[in-house]
Ligand binder design. Structure first.
Ligand code: FE2
Ligand code: FE2
Length: 237
């Protein structure tokens, strides 16, 4: 359900998201950051898990995400240079969310699985759109990355079901989906709150202008030094 929504949204927003080289560059840069962030989380998971086999799988996965981050960043830099007003993007430096520690391994696997499935549907929609626009280079980029994302989605599901059993695995998927929904809701709220605060501050600033003018008219500032006595009293003559 959420996955279908992700694909539909990606299809709907593609013309807007990829409209210009500058926009495309920023979007690809955001993908590079996300890929690098999950690379960090997977490396931490590999260090924390009790299973050497799962640690190896997480490390392989982390290498893929590091490669994806580089591929996205390279294309983003190229597009930023092709913009009518070329610009340079900062180096890709993501933070780890320490999700393995926060959620535990079962929920962490559910989280990664859901994220991979979402990315797969989103990227599939982009490939279709880029092909329709004859943007072969961008279509090829996403197609190459999709091969890995499909594998990531499959192996994380298999590991989750092997670790927790079918019933618990399904429960973990539902729990994490709800948790993510709450997290996104909070983030969206913060995003809106920041903009409302900015708008209100600006409005206050503009509204204060006539007041400042009035104060100047009533109490004009006279040039020259005003000598005042203690506590603002006139200086003794
Ligand atoms: Fe990836
Ligand atoms: Fe992935």
């Amino acid at each position: 359900m959420t996955g279908d929504l992700t694909g539909a949204l990606a299809r709907l927003l593609s013309p807007l998201a990829w409209r210009t080289p500058a926009r495309s560059a920023r979007k690809l840069y955001a993908f590079a950051l996300a890929e690098q962030g999950s690379m960090l989380d997977l490396r931490l998971a590999a260090a924390r898990t009790a299973s050497p086999a799962r640690a190896a799988a997480y490390l392989r996965h982390a290498d893929d995400e590091a490669r994806h981050a580089q591929m996205f960043a390279r294309r983003a830099a190229r597009l930023a240079g092709e913009a009518p007003r070329p610009f340079a993007l900062p180096p890709v430096r993501a933070d780890s969310e320490r999700l393995f520690e926060l959620l535990g391994e079962r929920e962490f696997l559910a989280f990664v699985h859901l994220g991979e499935e979402r990315a797969r549907r989103q990227f599939e929609a982009y490939v279709t759109w880029f092909k329709g626009q004859a943007r072969d280079q961008d279509a090829a980029l996403f197609e190459a990355i999709l091969v890995d994302e499909r594998r990531h989605g499959e192996y994380t599901r298999a590991l989750l079901f092997a670790l927790a059993g079918a019933v618990e695995a399904r429960r973990a998927l539902r729990r994490v989906a709800r948790w993510e929904l709450g997290r996104r809701w909070l983030r969206a709220g913060r995003f809106v709150a920041e903009r409302v605060y900015l708008a209100l501050t600006l409005a206050l600033y503009v509204l204060a202008a006539p007041l400042a003018l009035l104060v100047r008219l009533v109490r004009p500032i006279r040039p020259g030094l005003r000598v005042e006595g203690p506590a603002g009293l006139p200086a003794p003559k």
